[in-house]
Design a protein. Structure first.
Length: 215
């Protein structure tokens, strides 16, 4: 046996033994969670409890780590559970002011440790979507929202014929996982990122025929 092999063989055995005896599965998940928790601390309005995953996040994360699609039955259960969490407009009115909605959509500020409690968040919509034709910089994680209401035939959001589109749009903004179990879209209403009035304003931006989105 040459000198290199003489020294490498024991090291290889030790590494393999470590891989065999090390934590795996649930133990490794717990170890990772513990390390992450110790790496963060409460600061301002940003609390460590943000690291706690609900069932939707856990299942989607597990599928992502495994590199395979989430089980269809599990996905359906997640969507049904999230659909039940949607809070519909308390006054029955779905649309607010599109001008305010545009400001919210273009604002990515909020929920950081330096923000004061009760401060209003932005929607950060531009980070994933094109919103109007004037934009020259926008994210592409989500589809373009330009002409959102127009291409769906919503010329009058109060018309009963538009009810399905209006309700779907509200639900999607409030809790996107009600329609797509592992959606990358933030659950804006469900997680308290946007309040009811802000969601109404975003709705107007998307569906009001006078909004720049539909021009």
């Amino acid at each position: 046996m040459n000198k290199i092999a003489k020294y490498l063989l024991p090291a290889t055995v030790i590494v393999l033994a470590g891989c065999t005896l090390g934590p795996s599965g649930p133990e490794l998940d717990k170890l990772t969670a513990d390390i992450a928790k110790r790496s963060f601390s409460d600061k301002g309005i940003a609390k460590v409890d943000r690291l706690v995953q609900d069932e939707s996040n856990r299942e989607c994360s597990a599928a992502d780590v495994a590199g395979k699609p989430i089980d269809e039955k599990v996905a359906k259960a997640i969507e049904e559970a999230n659909l039940k969490t949607i809070k519909w407009p308390s006054d029955g009115k779905f649309l607010g002011d599109w001008k305010s909605g545009e400001k919210i959509a273009q604002n990515g500020r909020g929920m950081t440790w330096s923000d004061k409690p009760g401060s209003v968040n932005g929607g950060n919509c531009y980070n994933c979507h094109q919103i109007s034709k004037e934009e020259i910089s926008f994210g592409t994680i989500g589809p373009s929202l330009y002409n959102y209401g127009k291409v769906r035939g919503v010329t009058d959001p109060s018309n009963p014929a538009s009810k399905a589109v209006v309700e779907y749009t509200w639900g999607k903004i409030w809790n996107a996982r009600a329609y797509n179990a592992c959606s990358n879209m933030p659950r804006a209403g469900h997680n308290g990122v946007l309040n009811e009035d802000q969601v109404k304003d975003i709705m107007a931006l998307l569906l009001d025929p006078k909004s720049p989105v539909n021009q």
